[in-house]
Ligand binder design. Structure first.
Ligand code: AHG
Ligand code: MN
Ligand code: MN
Length: 334
């Protein structure tokens, strides 16, 4: 046997700890991993294949779609819709709930996904990713609607993301810590390389899009100003800043060396409520961050406890190292 643990072995081991397990979740995670391998390959070859450009369409949020947004959405749907683990799907790129075609069996889970996060980074060759969240389809529901999906983040069975960077990595939680797998491109397997990832409680690194500064509310202005002032402004340390504009890359960094990531509410009319989408960006990332010992909040409430109003709802996001997120929450209370 190989000295490495691959993703399949890892999930089968986890499955064996639960005697009631049917293997459905393991099967679904394997399907997602297969889709991510194909997306990794497509992202890697997008320039050569001539698919790295802008599509002539907009998504439900009115954002211009990239060709790869549409292609990767199809890859996810085509890997997930026929294996019998899902009752329905929801994607950033499709306004309506995606139903399972009649000829295929339906399963007991629901999935929401952002097939390509950070897609504005494709043409500049920076990291992009795929984010997903798995929920249970309630017993007796055979035709899931948007209402079936409106479950709080605490109901998630599993959440994860794959980042297509210098290496392709899959980060996953089923509520038992966070584990990171690196894609061995030669063998085509995800290998467990980062078991039990934890976020340091303290950090001196923040990530925010500073160009929105004048639109933020007072509490965020205060926090970022203090970070910028560092030891000259009353903090006991100086801060460093990063902004990749791919949430997958930012959260991966936070998981690896700590940090705080903010996409706060701002008063620009188009993004009232924040920019990031609750059900396929904020909620799965919150599950992962909390499982790694961090905190994820809107500033006012725990993201995992928000009852969704709709599948494409946006929320403010403040997540990362515990002590810094707690500080910002306290500024919101002030
Ligand atoms: P997507 O490409 O799926 O629309 O998501 C992009 C998101 C997120 O990944 C990132 O943190 C943020 O948008 C970047 O926003 P700005 O362009 O405002 O910096
Ligand atoms: Mn996204
Ligand atoms: Mn996207």
């Amino acid at each position: 046997m190989s000295p490495h643990i691959n993703l399949t072995q890892f999930i089968v081991k986890q499955q064996r700890t639960n005697p009631q397990s049917t293997g459905d979740l393991s099967g679904l995670i394997n399907d997602i991993a297969s889709a991510c391998k194909e997306i990794s390959h497509l992202v890697n070859r997008s320039g050569i294949m001539g698919i790295g450009g802008v599509a002539e369409s907009e998504n439900v949020q009115g954002e211009v779609q990239k060709e790869l947004d549409i292609i990767t959405n199809d890859v996810m749907v085509n890997h997930l819709n026929w294996t019998g683990h899902l009752a329905a799907m929801a994607s950033e790129e499709i306004e309506e709930i995606i139903q399972i075609p009649k000829q295929f069996p339906k399963g007991k889970y629901l999935i929401t996904f952002d097939p390509l996060d950070g897609s504005s980074n494709i043409d500049i060759n920076l990291s992009v990713g795929t984010i997903f969240s798995i929920l249970r389809c309630p017993d007796g529901v055979t035709e899931p609607t948007e209402a079936t999906f409106k479950q709080k983040g605490i109901e998630q069975v599993c959440a994860g993301f794959c980042v297509y960077g210098p290496t392709t990595m899959l980060i996953i939680t089923t509520g038992n810590g966070v584990d990171g797998f690196t894609l061995d491109q030669d063998v085509g397997e995800f290998i467990l390389t980062h078991p039990k990832m934890t976020i340091p409680e303290d950090t001196n690194e923040f990530a925010i899009n500073m160009s929105n500064q004048r639109f933020w509310e007072e509490s965020v202005q205060r926090y970022i100003n203090e970070c910028m002032q560092g030891v000259d402004g009353g903090r006991d340390k100086n801060f460093n800043m990063r902004w990749v504009a791919s949430m997958v890359a930012e959260v991966y960094r936070v998981l690896t060396r700590g940090g705080i990531f903010l996409y706060p509410i701002d008063n620009k009319p188009l993004t009232e409520g924040g920019k990031l989408r609750l059900m396929y960006e904020a909620s799965p990332m919150s599950f992962i961050v909390e499982q790694a010992g961090g905190i994820s909040s809107t500033g006012r409430e725990r993201i995992m406890e928000i009852t969704p109003e709709g599948v494409h709802q946006r929320v403010p996001v403040i997540l990362g190292s515990k002590n810094e997120v707690e500080r910002i929450i306290s500024y919101h209370q002030d």
